[in-house]
Write a protein that binds this ligand. Structure first.
Ligand code: GLA
Length: 732
């Protein structure tokens, strides 16, 4: 069967005169290349799906033909994806097509175009994986050679894409710790736009390796052609958009080569991380929905499984993970209908018990002072209460005050002959993941926990430090510039081992909050901690940005205490619940400090979330009113794939007397469908006027519903906030 498909696909490689075309397609898109044997591989087209006839005539339609993977040396002024120094010192590379291989399975068609230098035994395979059921094409390269001595890779992008100038706008994501994934939109002007990361360990606090190009002017949510791109990498990256004198923006994406020159040995294969691309004519929304579908079906670990509703102990007790408190929290979350309790930082350390962030990382044995009955006691307690148990680790790290560091001072990243620069708590250091023994150690942190306590259901994997010291004790002197790359290869290999053995374990990628929201790591993780900032108002902005590429099923979103611990904002529980329920719902507070009434509100929300979970976590996202537009309201909705159910969220963003808030139109519904409206998490004394009423999808999408901008509650409960969650069910 596979062979037959491959044969069929060979036919897709069409010929037009001498120029051989390679045509990659997904349900609605085409990427077209010219790959003449012995000639240059050229990029012809990426966009709306082409008919065979148009694909054939396309070269005559005009437009520049750029090399698909430009290499440095024989057209020096042009921006390049690849720049190398050959073994004899020659800085030029000239790549020509040797052949094309195609492989296919039920998921995707993979096309590999083999290029070889005209003089040197130096090869680059340009690879494309075109998905059959979703409009995503991944592209990456594989670099190798048979030269006598190592070749230095100075620049080694994953991909290059020329984008026709016009009124092209860029959407990107910037931020900082506790303010991740803020959305920025700007027209692309002449010059160079660079989006980069150099943290070494985490890569999404300050910027994201995902961007959207809106080709038809200012980005629109539902209309306009867009190209979305996500670099699937967990380490340092660099995205460059070079707008030169030509008619094109030149987009390059890949590993950040700063301080990372790679000495490639003869016979070694250097694979660059994949750049995932989509094209949509449905604006920013089309981009997100495609990435979410792709993510759930092919990228994210267990992407189609429902996520449990949990309580995490961090903001409730911080390092004070005493047994009694843990048991009380287990009872409380079970009592509210939750399904999982996660014990965060603070539970470990024998010689150096973890009381603050200054000690113990690396010593992953239970602190019996805090937990006399051990982890097994808590696992047992959770079982008795009918929920599951999860635990926090930070396995890539140590503190200089730890038994691990005392035993293996040579296991940490450190510049030879220099004092260690330390991180969190003044004592934190990063382990040398290039070292195979360190990789084994990190694997064993998880493996030992799972062996000792097989009932552990969830692991929160944290990473709270950047690489501050350039130096791997494991790598040789002339390989020191491999450190960043070797670190992430080591990390990935550990993750692969863990996933091979524990495929069903739920794992959260946390890194001081949202430092690891990337498609390099998500194949090994079920979800990510979106931000250490749990303030509901700021979360609306951060989750909005995050949702452009990442689905709700992976976006951990917790109800926390008020005043908020990061912003000190006082936000009523109803609003905090309504925001948290738009992602993967959890709680992060001390339930002991809640009133019975508050617990009841949370219990009701948890029950409601169980009902809407399939729609939120597996449905299509339609963003309706952006908080970034500052119109006083933010709103979005999820619609089930069958369009028979939808969940609508509406959050008032500012409060003035007699203000004029926009009426929000819905989207994604079946126009002919008739939907009954039910409000969830109601606190008002009277139901909404539309409660229980039925409207057509057409009406809701053309007009929306008029929502009151205050809640009808008793005077002492009145405040400036208002929010609504509506559940829509189609009546047949
Ligand atoms: C990081 C995480 C938090 C928490 C603490 C524990 O900051 O992002 O959620 O786990 O570490 O030290």
């Amino acid at each position: 069967m596979k062979k037959l498909i491959a044969l069929f696909l060979m036919l897709v490689v069409a010929y037009s005169g001498q120029a051989q075309q390679v045509c990659l397609s997904t349900p609605h898109t085409t990427l077209l290349l010219s790959a003449p044997q012995g000639g240059e591989l050229r990029f012809l087209y990426y966009g709306e799906k082409l008919s065979e006839a148009d694909a054939r005539s396309l070269p005559s339609a005009g437009g520049a033909e750029f090399p698909a993977y430009p290499a440095y040396g024989l057209n020096c002024p042009m921006g390049t994806a690849l720049s190398v120094r050959h073994a004899d010192g020659n800085l030029t590379t000239e790549l020509r097509v040797e052949g094309t291989d195609t492989d296919a399975d039920d998921e995707a068609v993979t096309t590999v175009i083999r290029l070889k230098d005209t003089v040197y035994p130096f090869r680059v395979s340009v690879c494309y994986k075109a998905y059959r059921k979703v409009d995503v094409i991944e592209t990456w390269t594989e670099i190798s050679h048979q030269e006598k001595k190592p070749v230095l890779l100075n620049q080694f992008a994953s991909a290059y894409l020329p984008i026709r100038r016009g009124d092209v706008w860029l959407t990107s994501f910037y931020g900082a710790w506790a303010n991740e994934a803020r959305m920025a939109q700007e027209p692309l002007e002449p010059g160079m736009k660079v989006i980069k990361n150099r943290d070494g360990v985490r890569n999404t606090h300050t910027a994201h390796a995902e961007v959207i190009f809106s080709l038809d002017g200012r980005p629109q949510e539902n209309t306009g052609r867009v190209i979305g791109a996500a670099l699937c990498y967990s380490g340092n990256y660099k995205l460059r958009i070079d707008t030169d004198e030509s008619d094109y923006h030149h987009f390059f994406a890949g590993i950040n080569e700063d301080n990372s020159t790679y000495r490639l040995k003869g016979g070694e294969l250097f694979r660059t991380p994949a750049l995932a691309l989509t094209y949509s004519n449905e604006g920013m929304g089309g981009n997100s929905r495609t990435f979410h579908r792709w993510s759930r079906a092919y990228k994210l670990a267990n992407g189609t499984e429902p996520r449990k509703i949990l309580l995490n102990s961090w903001e409730g007790v911080y390092f004070n993970t005493q047994e009694e408190a843990m048991k009380q929290m287990i009872a409380d979350i079970a009592g509210m209908g939750g399904e999982l309790f996660v014990m965060d930082d603070g539970w470990f350390g024998d010689k150096y018990p973890r009381k603050t962030d200054r000690t113990s990382l690396g010593d992953w044995s239970v602190d019996r002072q805090k937990l006399p009955s051990g982890v097994e006691g808590l696992v047992e307690e959770a079982r008795k209460k009918g929920i599951r148990f999860g635990i926090w680790i930070e396995p890539e790290m140590a503190n200089t005050q730890s038994e691990l560091f005392e035993k293996h001072p040579d296991w940490v990243l450190k510049a030879p002959g220099r004092e260690l620069v330390k991180g969190r708590g003044g004592t934190q250091v990063v382990l040398d993941l290039a070292h195979p023994q360190v990789q084994d150690f990190v694997f064993r942190v998880v493996d030992d926990l799972m062996t000792r306590y097989p009932e552990i259901d969830y692991i929160k994997w944290d990473a709270n430090m950047s690489i501050l010291n350039h130096g791997s004790p494991y790598l040789s002197a002339d390989e020191q510039s491999h450190m960043y790359i070797a670190y992430h290869r080591g990390l990935e290999s550990v993750c692969q081992r863990i996933r091979a053995k524990y495929p069903r374990l739920t794992m959260q990628a946390c890194a001081s909050g949202g430092g690891r929201v990337n498609y390099g790591l998500l194949p090994y993780f079920d979800e990510f901690w979106t931000s250490d900032n749990t303030d509901a108002v700021q979360r609306i902005y951060m989750q909005w940005g995050t949702s452009c590429f990442f689905p709700a099923v992976a976006m951990a979103s917790h109800i926390s205490a008020s005043p908020n611990h990061q912003t000190f904002r006082t936000v009523p529980l109803k609003f905090r619940i309504d925001v948290a329920m738009s992602g993967r719902l959890g709680m992060e507070l001390q339930p002991k400090h809640m009133t019975e009434e508050e617990k009841k509100l949370c219990a009701d929300a948890i029950a409601a979330y169980k009902e809407i979970r399939p729609v939120v976590q597996q449905g299509d996202l339609y963003r309706l009113q952006s908080p970034y537009d500052r119109l006083g309201v933010a709103s979005l909705m999820y619609v089930s794939p069958e369009k028979d159910k939808a969940v609508f969220y509406w959050w008032k963003m500012e409060h003035f007397k007699n203000q004029h808030l926009p009426r929000v139109r819905m989207n994604g519904l079946n126009p002919q469908g008739r939907y009954r409206i039910r409000e969830l998490n109601r606190i008002d004394k009277q139901p909404l006027r539309m409660e229980g009423e039925v409207f057509t999808g057409a009406y809701l999408m053309a007009n929306g519903l008029e929502l009151p901008d205050t809640h009808q509650v008793d005077k002492p409960q009145r405040n400036e906030y208002a929010s609504r969650v509506l559940y829509l069910e189609e009546i047949k």
